[in-house]
Design a protein around this ligand. Structure first.
Ligand code: ADP
Ligand code: MG
Length: 396
């Protein structure tokens, strides 16, 4: 899946044209505040290029999941429009609609070089999952609002939605600068990583990443597993993990993986545990000493040192998923220390995933990485070697 053959935003004459740009503004929010604006910042180059070339710029993005009316207020793109406005230092027209007269008139009235952001594309999921199931009528409708379509939303390109695949199939199209950069940076990892190639996985659930674990184990020399997902692997290896996260349905899969890759897969040997969800009485213990009522919420220092031995000999490192519940100070040491170790290593170091990137930025490590991807699931699926529906429809 090379970028070299795909049309890019550079290939279009955009003067006075209405250019629909699918961006990835799916940013983490806490009580309505944007806690990490990486994805917005990374989209600026494409947006500013279109503005400079006198396009009428119409932006579309999803944000979170919208399944009912109640989800709407907490998933509005309005705060994103405000953030974008301050980053661009220029007015952004926000239209709180995903279809209809108000939106159509606002686009007609848009001046060349100006930017409009429509409301969260997933508001269209409320009646029949139209956005997320790539409803043909919806894609055709959105396409009718513009002249050219640019897909710059790498983080969603592994999914076929109306706002990427749907629109693209009706308009002259290309990719934006962010998409181009992501593919260029991730390709070497996919095609010929320098060995030893170590993948560090963490985060909450095995089931989210199950598809990729099998094929990543194939590609990598070492697969270091921390975070919440480690406990399902530990349980599968016969260890009592107390009340830690457990993906019961994945136990058998984890067991098979451990049988198949006994040398490659490396699991935690100690853990920071707490007594219940109130995180009472945190303590560090050996992995086989977790009590029934205890929850493992971080890797312990011995595990950090174990993982360090693998990381230090690696020429290529890919990291997805925090090592613990790093949002809580008691459980951030594992993620923080592992991040510091990766920073100190020479070689290609790539990280991806919303929460992983959030942690990396919080601890100030971003400069030490070769590339920080805006994609989580997309990055993992790319490493798996999958082709992406939202790229397949982009013309060569
Ligand atoms: P990413 O967004 O980088 O792909 P995930 O979304 O898979 O990562 O996982 C991130 C979440 O996993 C974080 O919110 C973190 O608190 C949580 N997490 C990490 N370790 C644990 C653990 N041991 N128990 C419960 N949750 C955990
Ligand atoms: Mg996440």
């Amino acid at each position: 899946m090379g970028t070299h053959m795909k049309k890019t935003i550079r290939d279009f004459e955009m003067n006075h044209k209405t250019v629909l740009i699918r961006v990835d503004f799916n940013v983490p929010l806490e009580q309505g505040d944007i806690v990490d604006d990486t994805r917005i910042v990374e989209s600026l180059r494409t947006i500013q290029y279109a503005m400079k070339n006198k396009a009428k710029v119409v932006l579309l993005s999803h944000l979170g999941r919208v399944k009912n009316e109640r989800d709407k207020s907490s998933n509005s793109l309005k705060p994103v429009a405000e953030k974008l406005q301050s980053l661009l230092n220029k007015g952004v027209t926000f239209v709180p609609q995903t279809r209809g007269r108000e939106l159509e008139e606002a686009i007609l009235n848009l001046k060349p070089g100006h930017v409009l952001l429509m409301e969260n594309t997933r508001f269209e999921d409320i009646n029949g999952n139209k956005e997320s199931s790539n409803d043909p009528e919806l894609g055709a409708y959105w396409a009718s609002l513009g002249d050219i379509f640019i897909n710059d939303a790498f983080g969603t390109s592994h999914r076929a939605h109306a706002s990427n695949v749907g629109i693209a199939s009706h308009l002259p199209n290309g990719i934006g600068f962010l998409m181009e950069k992501e593919l260029k940076m991730l390709e070497p990892l996919l095609n010929n990583p320098e060995h030893p190639f170590t993948i560090l996985l963490g985060g909450a659930k095995v089931s989210d990443k199950i598809g990729v674990i099998a094929s990543l184990a194939e590609k990598a020399d070492y697969l270091l597993i921390g975070g919440g997902m480690a406990y399902t692997f530990l349980k599968a290896s016969g260890i009592e993990t107390g009340s830690s996260l457990l993906d019961r349905e994945q136990l058998e899969f984890c067991h098979e993986m451990l049988e198949k890759y006994p040398e490659k897969i490396v699991l935690p040997i100690d853990s920071v545990v707490a007594e219940d969800l109130k995180r009472l009485h945190p303590r560090t213990c050996f992995i086989n000493e977790i009590k029934e009522e205890e929850i493992g919420l971080d890797i312990g220092h011995k595990t950090v040192n174990l993982f360090k031995q693998y990381l230090e000999q690696s020429k290529t490192i890919f990291w997805n998923g925090p090592m613990g519940m790093f949002e809580q100070p008691e459980f951030q040491a594992g993620t923080k220390e592992i991040g510091a170790i990766i920073c100190s290593i020479n070689g290609m170091k790539i990280a991806g995933g919303g929460d992983t990137v959030h942690a990396i930025k919080e601890f100030g490590y971003e400069k030490s990485f070769t590339h920080i991807s805006t994609g989580g699931g997309a990055t993992l699926e790319l490493l798996e070697g999958k082709t992406f529906p939202a790229l397949e429809v982009i013309h060569d």
